[in-house]
Ligand binder design. Structure first.
Ligand code: ADP
Length: 760
């Protein structure tokens, strides 16, 4: 018999003490007391652990009689456990054949405990052919309950106000990835941000895996693009399924089935309060029904407030009943409810325990759950929006203290999502000190947020106007999005208000943006300032920024030797910073580039290979393929065309897959020219055609070089090349430098003068 679920099993196994116990048990059977002695631990604690592991089927206990007494002796029950990752779930099996299943979707699902009625709606939904189902109606009317009842196997996405397309897409990408569809996640990991691509990949993934997605509380969504995405899906979905709940009716086109929920029928309402253990006469019930209109949340609360023979006010029934319920709560229950109502996202049990900070949290929480005041989703607990609204009027807890405490927990979790949440609360607190600290943390630790979730971060930041640290971050996001002038203005505005790492960040950004804008004198000026700061600060992070900018500037100034020197310094510092393999491999890649610039191709291979190795070791796929491309180019320059083809192939496929067409064409071009060198004209022709196809659909000009390649191929075959050449020249007319560069690269493998018209 299995008495625990798989996640508890994994929890048991991830505990060091438990593992110690298990490994001791390998050598024989032990009584808890002896085991405790061996391990130097408390006997009760060891017994408790053994019992938990017994329930999980890991150990087995049996009673033996020793000197007239019953003594429990434990031994290992299994000698191995296998964990397998399957689409949508993790399977765990023990060597004894016990199996555990962990549906990965479970934890976010609302728990449907008592559910009554709604037969008509259920019929409508289950018999409908439509791929999109919209359930709408007022708060507390039962939208979530209905969706959860019907779609327990769906991916559950709880919408919140700060949500943005980038974050949403990432979560769905992860989910699709668990179903075996990785294209969306790969695209996002590679930095892809095009709305159209995201829409198409998401659709493709949902269709291919026949995924079901529930979006709960769509009315909270403030990102237009998510709404556009849903409208797009609504128009195209066929095999997949999208279920939306919302207070207002969203417009998802004609392909959706719209269901407006109203109160439960008289009969349904009656069975609901019955199920909650209330017995009333039919007259009394008729009156209750009249004031509640069958609103399930109101009925649930009514069951709590119910006292025999009590009168109910009809006006503002909901608030009235809530205050009735609230009056009856014990002090501790009120306190916990007030605390939890401060947060607009579900909380974990551990978080609740720490925020509440009293011993009886478990029983208080469960009592509130039973009273219908708190709801549960997996291991998350929250207060229904409707009740939260009421509580905000009676609340007496110290908000600021609780929010700062919560920020602390979130930061301990050490991931981007919780960082963003923490920031949201810092903004609520309007505490400049905390905001400053968080921005510093973002600069040092959560560097990728600017690339991965720029819009989610923007949403959080944009509610605060006059804070220099917020402006610093806004500018960082604008810069990342390519709005250089806008970023520049902000940085200049705040630069003198900041100090320390913040100032250094702004200075290095100024160098960067002026370099991008090709105003190198300004770059030099700010680099000097940064250098001064670097010397006084003694902070590896700042050292790194300084050397990055120095390398870049020197490279732009046409001083590759200087750039190389500073790149070595970058490498030294980045290793000191530790834990940033992506920067380390990027530095190595740049060092390869500088060697290419210096025409030391062999040397460049060395750095590219190191970058590749690092990227692979840390599964940095974008970096890995970038390096493969650079390797291909270096081999091409060295005249090793076989190797050039090999490396370009991997890069080209990847960039096509993640829809980075600019880089895909770069890789295809080198492969195409290499094929020409190898005399594999058929293949060269295919690549050239692919380049042209990409140019046609994206307008990326290098793609037109496909025509020049076709001309070369035709020439080698003795055919008519002139037309290809003319089209190519025509298309590249506006890009003379690019055209020149293409001919120069082609010249290495083909005598270009054979196809060029004799000018002059
Ligand atoms: P909404 O999503 O419309 O705001 P919920 O689905 O959260 O509403 O429902 C509010 C409360 O009423 C929840 O506690 C829920 O469990 C309960 N409830 C809703 N519908 C039913 C039902 N058909 N049977 C039993 N309880 C229900």
């Amino acid at each position: 018999m299995l008495l625990v679920n798989a996640s508890s099993l994994i929890k048991l196994l991830s505990n060091e003490t438990n593992l110690e116990i298990l490994s001791v048990l390998r050598s024989g059977s032990f009584n808890p007391r002896e085991l405790a002695r061996i391990l130097g631990r408390d006997e009760t604690d060891v017994s408790r652990r053994l019992r938990a592991m017994e329930r999980a089927g890991l150990v087995e206990g049996r009673w033996v009689r020793i000197r007239g007494k019953n003594v429990k002796v434990y031994s290992l029950k299994v000698d191995g456990i296998e964990i397998r990752f399957e689409p949508g779930e993790v399977l765990i099996s023990t060597s004894k054949g016990d199996r555990y299943e962990v549906p990965l979707l479970e934890s976010r699902h609302p728990l449907v405990d008592i559910f009554v009625g709604r037969e008509k709606e259920i019929d409508l939904i289950t018999s409908s052919e439509k791929s999109v189902i919209v359930i709408y109606g007022i708060a507390g009317i039962g939208k979530t309950a209905l969706a959860a009842k019907l779609f327990s196997d769906a991916f559950w996405y709880q919408m919140s106000e700060g949500d943005s397309l980038d974050y949403f897409a990432w979560q769905v990408g992860l989910f699709l990835n668990s179903l075996g569809y990785d294209a969306l996640l790969e695209y996002l990991r590679a930095g892809g941000r095009e709305e159209r691509d995201i829409f198409e990949l998401l659709l493709d993934g949902v269709e291919k895996s026949s995924a079901k997605i529930v979006i709960d509380d769509l009315h909270k969504c403030r990102d237009e693009r998510i709404l556009h995405l849903l409208a797009f899906l609504s128009e195209k979905l066929d095999k997949g399924k999208l279920v939306v709940t919302s207070r207002e009716k969203p417009n998802l086109g004609l392909n959706a089935l719209y269901i407006r929920l109203s109160g439960l029928s008289l009969k349904e309402a009656y069975s609901l309060i019955k199920a909650k253990g209330i017995n009333v006469s039919s007259e009394e019930f008729a009156e209750i029904y009249q004031v509640t209109f069958g609103h399930p949340l109101a009925l649930t609360l009514f069951s709590e407030a119910y006292d025999v023979g009590k009168e109910f006010k009809r006006e503002s029934f909901f608030d009235f009943i809530l205050s009735e319920v609230y009056e009856k709560l014990r002090e501790n229950e009120r306190l916990l409810l007030q605390i939890m109502s401060l947060f607009d996202e579900p909380l974990e049990y551990d978080e609740i325990r720490a925020l509440y900070d009293k011993r009886n949290v478990f029983s208080v929480l469960h009592s509130l759950l039973n009273k219908g005041l708190i709801e549960r989703r997996g291991n998350l607990y929250f207060v229904h929006d409707l009740i939260r609204g009421f509580l905000s009027e009676v609340r007496e807890v110290d908000e600021a203290k609780l929010y700062s405490k919560y920020i602390g927990f979130l930061l301990e979790k050490n991931n981007a999502r919780d960082f963003l949440k923490a920031f949201k609360y810092a903004v609520k607190l309007k505490d400049d000190e905390i905001i400053k600290r968080l921005v510093e943390l973002r600069l040092r630790k959560f560097k990728r947020i600017i690339q991965d979730f720029p819009d989610a971060y923007l949403n959080v930041l944009s509610t605060i106007k006059d804070n220099p640290y917020v402006k610093e971050e806004l500018a960082n996001i604008y810069f990342q999005k390519g709005f250089f002038e806008k970023a520049l203005r902000l940085w200049l505005e705040i630069k003198d208000e900041l100090e320390g790492i913040h100032k250094a960040d702004v200075l290095s950004s100024l160098v960067d943006v002026y370099t991008e804008l090709n105003k190198l004198d300004e770059s030099k000026k700010y680099l000097k300032e940064l250098e001064k700061m670097k010397e006084s600060m003694n902070d590896a992070e700042v050292d790194f920024w300084y050397f990055v900018e120095l390398t870049k500037l020197n490279f732009y100034l046409g001083k590759p030797e200087e750039a190389l020197k500073s790149a070595f310094n970058e490498l030294k510092v980045v290793r000191k910073l530790g834990a940033f393999p992506e920067f380390e491999s990027l530095v190595l890649l740049h060092m390869g580039d500088i060697h290419v610039e210096l025409e030391r191709y062999r040397e460049s291979l060395k750095y590219y290979s190191q970058a590749l190795e690092l990227a692979r070791a840390y599964s940095l796929s974008f970096m890995e393929h970038l390096t493969l491309f650079e390797l291909s180019k270096a081999y091409y320059l060295l005249g090793d065309y076989k190797k050039a083809v090999e490396h370009a192939a991997g890069a080209g496929d990847y960039f096509l897959r993640v829809r980075n067409y600019r880089r895909a064409v770069d890789a295809l071009a080198y492969r195409c020219f290499s094929y020409i060198a190898l005399g594999e004209l058929e293949r060269a022709q295919n690549d050239a055609r692919e380049m042209i196809r990409i140019a046609q659909s994206t307008g990326y000009p290098l793609g037109w070089a496909g025509y020049i390649a076709l001309a070369a191929v035709e020439n080698l075959r003795g055919g008519n090349f002139k037309e290809y050449l003319n089209i190519g020249r025509e298309k590249l007319k506006e890009y003379p430098r690019l055209y020149g560069a293409v001919l120069k690269e082609l010249e290495r493998v083909f005598e270009v003068s054979k196809i060029l018209p004799q000018e002059g």
